[in-house]
Design a protein around this ligand. Structure first.
Ligand code: PEP
Ligand code: MG
Length: 757
């Protein structure tokens, strides 16, 4: 056999030199294909580069006619080259001209060549080209040769990227689309509203080309085997953490990981990469690229899940190999973080990095991270299909977290449109900032409290920035969600005290633990449920975990000391749940009084309206409840039977609808008769027309994300609420067509700007 491992290592060494050399692109590419043809003992070596439309252009060749370079262009899917690109798999054929997919191109002069071996050139963004070797004689390429050409293709991917796609030196702010790179748009769900522009920083480890080559092969083999041991140990450790408490799902996932990590064929493949001259990291990176490329083509959900697991393992191993160095480096103030999945605690580690935007591929797993993103006030979009395969380290990105679009390598037109929107946004922000010290009082004198939704200390900066009247919803479960284990009593007390301190006398409504549904704690065993939103969650879960619940109530009482305390219970469905929870709170107050001599100077207790049933029982709670707070996020999903976590239905129904408004009016009337104060804390109230509807129904406290306070205040200050109410009720009696449009028209009649609603 002419080809051997030593030849491959020599080739790797030579390629490394080409990468380090100066010289023009053409001659360096020619040099590269000559080297590869020599090492593979091939008569032809050609590189085809993928263009933006999916066609492939011959950009370098040894053996075919030189005049075909930059001329021969295979349409998307055309010929064997197109086949390799589409499948992202190698193809080896003894007699190519007889293959049905073969496409003859006379200008290349390829008539004499029979044997054909093509492999995809893979980068993070998927297939960026195809590398081909051909031989005159009919011959079958062996497994090792195919494998070696794939390794070479990986190195070539970086060479092509450096020489052709991203020619150095990069100009300061050059955002131009480069042929073959992933320019374009992606769509997702807005997790935190805003606009951001900067350079992509990949959360998953990136192996720099300078680290591709093994200088000391034995040392790399040693590093790989130590890395694999470290990886297996870390998985075992994760399985041991509170083993008994680990729920069913995470354990299954970890078992699957362990099986994959122990798979000898994976380790053998990685060793193979090192033997052919790659460093340990580069060998893992090669495997990761292949897994990603397969993932892009895989449709079967089971296979996709396995490939995701494999890619996760590759990333874990890269982190073990890279140690602290493997962590993404964020320098300057232009970073857009790009992640496949991101836990809330991981995102918190970036809290002070000055991120300009956050993009996440997975929606469900990232919903807690979304909340952290909101707390950090960083524009964020999640649920973006194909994100991590389309964006590369250093890509220029616009994060349009107003309409959920990601622009990759925007051209000048898109960039200019973005800058215009940034200008408008800052004008709006300036207008809202000017309202900061002013009350949210309608033209006819109704005062509405505008409060802040918060869940982490980080949120509290917004109290002053947005000029909130207090905290209308403090989601206490976030402290649990961002901790590895259950926060001890002292930590809970400390957090609640900090919140009260930062509020500096303004009211704070602590919502007790709202776990379950999508807020699942790894440290607590929760059952796998068919319908988690309807399941063992929230107050139901708290009342069934009295130890946990009492500890939290005690922490709240202790934090309040002898100051005021306001508490509300989530997802109460029937009055006795409220009564049981309140009884526990009162017991904790007595306990604390006995032990510390202190009790809250004033206690207010409220209930969240999140299930339609409770609305029909509010009269029974008159005299027992101080206030009601509508959790529109949950209430709407139950009212309209539309899962808030399922994108295709979550935004299908509108709160501005005669059915929901009539229901809320009924509840409001019951509460007014029972002297129960009315407030709202769901996301819907962030929209000015919705806020106007609530105010018209008699809700006097609206709680929302800090960024919504300005727009809502502006709307309230500009409305004659009595007249708006009359118009609203009239339309509720006789709805006609789109009710939202009717309400928007009504708001416009009242001079309210609803352009963004
Ligand atoms: C709600 O359901 O509207 C609410 C405020 O609670 P959460 O979003 O935390 O479930
Ligand atoms: Mg809720």
């Amino acid at each position: 056999m002419p080809y051997n491992m030593t030849a491959t290592r020599v080739l790797m060494n030579n390629l490394r030199q080409v990468m380090a050399e100066d010289g023009d692109t053409r001659s360096r590419l020619d040099h590269v294909v000559r080297l590869i043809a020599g090492a593979m003992v091939a008569d032809v070596c050609s590189v085809y580069l993928r263009e933006a439309d999916g066609a492939h252009l011959l950009i370098a060749t040894e053996g075919l006619k030189p005049e075909a370079v930059n001329k021969t262009r295979m349409s998307p899917g055309e010929g064997l080259v197109g086949y390799v690109a589409r499948t992202a798999e190698p193809i080896a054929i003894e007699d190519a001209p007889r293959h049905p997919a073969f496409s003859y191109r006379p200008e290349t002069g390829e008539d004499p060549f029979h044997a054909f071996l093509g492999v995809p050139i893979l980068r993070t963004g998927g297939v960026t080209g195809v590398l081909v070797v051909q031989n005159r004689t009919e011959r079958s390429y062996r497994e090792e040769e195919i494998d070696t050409l794939q390794t070479i293709a990986m190195v070539l991917a970086e060479i092509v990227h450096t020489l052709v796609l991203a020619p150095a030196p990069q100009q300061g702010n050059d955002r131009r689309s480069r042929s073959g790179s992933a320019a374009g748009n992606l769509k997702g769900r807005v997790f935190c509203e805003g606009l951001g522009y900067g350079l992509a920083v990949l959360h998953d480890p990136v192996v720099p080309p300078a680290k591709f080559f093994a200088t000391d092969q034995a040392a790399e083999v040693q590093r790989l085997s130590e890395g694999l041991i470290g990886l297996r140990e870390s998985i075992d450790r994760m399985m041991l953490i509170d083993g008994a408490a680990l729920g069913g799902d995470p354990r299954d996932v970890m078992e699957a990981y362990r099986l994959l990590a122990d798979d000898p064929s994976w380790a053998e493949k990685l060793l193979e990469g090192i033997r052919s001259g790659l460093s340990a990291e580069a060998s893992v990176d090669r495997a990761r690229r292949e897994h990603r490329a397969k993932l892009q083509n895989a449709r079967d959900p089971y296979l996709r899940e396995r490939l995701h697991d494999l890619e996760d393992l590759d990333n874990r191993l890269l982190r073990v190999l890279g140690g602290a160095e493997g962590k993404p480096k964020i320098t300057g103030d232009q970073a857009i973080l790009v992640a496949r999945r991101l836990g809330p605690a991981e995102l918190l580690e970036y809290a002070h990095a000055g991120l300009k935007g956050i993009l996440m591929e997975e929606a469900a797993a990232s919903s807690h991270a979304a909340i952290v993103a909101r707390a950090l006030g960083i524009p964020a979009i999640g649920g973006i299909d194909g994100l991590t395969t389309r964006i590369e380290q250093g890509d220029y990105i616009i994060v349009d977290a107003e309409d959920g679009t990601v622009h990759i390598r925007p051209d000048d037109v898109v960039y200019d449109a973005y800058m215009a929107r940034v200008g408008l946004r800052s004008e709006r922000q300036a207008r809202y900032a000017a309202l900061k010290g002013l009350p949210a009082k309608t033209l006819d004198g109704t005062h509405v409290s505008l409060m802040l939704n918060a869940g982490l200390d980080l949120d509290l900066d917004m109290l002053d920035q947005a000029g909130a009247d207090g905290v209308g919803l403090f989601r206490t479960e976030f402290q649990f969600l961002v901790s590895e284990s259950l926060p001890p009593l002292e930590d809970q007390i400390a957090l609640y005290k900090r919140v009260l301190d930062r509020a500096a006398g303004r009211p704070v409504i602590f919502r007790t633990l709202d776990l379950g549904g999508d807020k699942v704690l790894p440290a607590l065993s929760q059952l796998r449920e068919e319908n988690p939103a309807l399941g063992w969650r929230s107050i139901r879960f708290a009342l069934d975990h009295k130890g946990l619940f009492r500890r939290q109530l005690r922490a709240l009482v202790r934090a309040a000391g002898d100051g005021p305390l306001t508490v509300m219970f989530p997802m109460v469905t029937v009055p006795h749940e409220y009564r049981a929870a309140k009884a526990l709170l009162l017991e904790e107050i007595q306990w604390t009084l006995r032990h510390t001599g202190k009790k809250p100077s004033k206690l207010e207790v409220g209930v969240m309206l999140e299930t339609p049933a409770l609305g029909f029982s509010m009269q029974d709670l008159a005299g027992e409840v101080d206030f009601l707070s509508v959790g529109t996020n949950d209430l709407l999903q139950f009212f309209f039977a539309a899962d808030r976590m399922t994108p295709s239905v979550s935004e299908r129904y509108d709160l501005v609808d005669p059915a929901s408004l009539r229901y809320l009016k009924m509840v409001a009337d019951i509460c007014k008769a029972g002297n129960i104060r009315l407030s709202v804390c769901g996301e819907a109230t962030a929209s000015p027309p919705v806020a106007l509807c609530f105010a018209a129904l008699g809700f006097t406290s609206l709680s929302m994300a800090g960024s919504a306070i300005g727009p809502v205040k502006q709307a309230l200050r500009g409305v004659d609420l009595g007249a708006f109410r009359a118009g609203l009720f009239e339309r509720m009696d006789k709805p006609n067509g789109s009710f939202r449009n009717q309400v928007l028209a009504l708001a416009a009649e009242h001079g309210i700007d609803t352009a963004d609603s």
